[in-house]
Write a protein that binds this ligand. Structure first.
Ligand code: SF4
Length: 227
């Protein structure tokens, strides 16, 4: 199923824009309760104004709140960024640590954020269990676990470590584009033949194709009839 989904989304990637680990860490913290697209709209101004952890830690709170306002919960998020940057400066010389055990000790950073940063900024394989990943892993019969950490460990047993980061991207892409929370497009799903949940969504190929969101790979067709 992973191989087939990877063929459907060969271009799957982290949808947050970043140039270095600090930018990805901050962008991931900002992505709570909003979309990656919205975060990508504010981060260029944020990092142009405050490029380093020391700059962020010393930022004027009101000024940062204005920059972060479009992401929602901007006061809490400004607080998070200021605290996070201060700890990076105090305990890590302003650098983002590259180990899970250090990342999860940073304020506001859980396993999900840590794995995003490890997988995408440090090249360390990591499984990112967000809402899409958990829902799809259960629908596809990979695990019954609800707890994200248990899902991470259960799926990690099934898939080679080297594939963990890409697996995370591919499942998140599939969740955003095809296997939606409310109305999955089962009739246009490339793994329908193996999926124990096939039929919980729209199975008619034409109607299902209408439910697909975003782009398919260049030249790829929805798998009409394959279901
Ligand atoms: S068959 Fe339906 S439930 Fe299963 S992965 Fe595809 S879209 Fe999701």
């Amino acid at each position: 199923m992973y191989r087939t989904l990877h063929q459907r989304y060969p271009y799957a990637h982290c949808e947050l824009d970043f140039d270095n680990p600090l930018q990805l860490l901050v962008a991931t913290v900002l992505s709570a309760q909003t979309t990656d697209v919205t975060v990508n709209k504010v981060t260029p101004a944020l990092f142009a104004r405050w490029p380093t952890a020391a700059d962020l830690a010393g930022a004027d709170r009101a000024e940062m709140e204005e920059v972060l306002r479009p992401t929602g919960f901007f006061r809490a998020k400004t607080n998070s960024v200021l605290k996070l940057a201060a700890v990076l400066v105090d305990q890590h010389d302003g650098e983002v640590p590259g180990r899970l055990q250090d990342l999860v000790k940073l304020p506001g950073v859980g396993r999900k954020t840590a794995n995003v940063v490890l997988g995408n900024a440090f090249g360390v394989p990591g499984i990112t269990v967000d809402t899409h990943f958990g829902r799809l892993a259960r629908r596809m019969g990979w695990t019954d676990e609800e707890d994200p950490v248990k899902v991470e460990h259960a799926v990690g047993e099934l898939v080679p470590r080297k594939d963990w980061t890409m697996l995370s991207h591919v499942l998140i892409f599939h969740g955003r584009r095809t296997c939606h929370a409310r109305r999955p497009a089962c009739g246009a799903c490339p793994v329908a033949q193996w999926c124990p949940s096939h039929g919980i969504g729209e199975t008619d190929p034409d109607k299902a194709a209408q439910l697909l969101k975003y782009e398919l790979a260049p030249g790829a067709q929805p798998t009409k009839g394959e279901a």
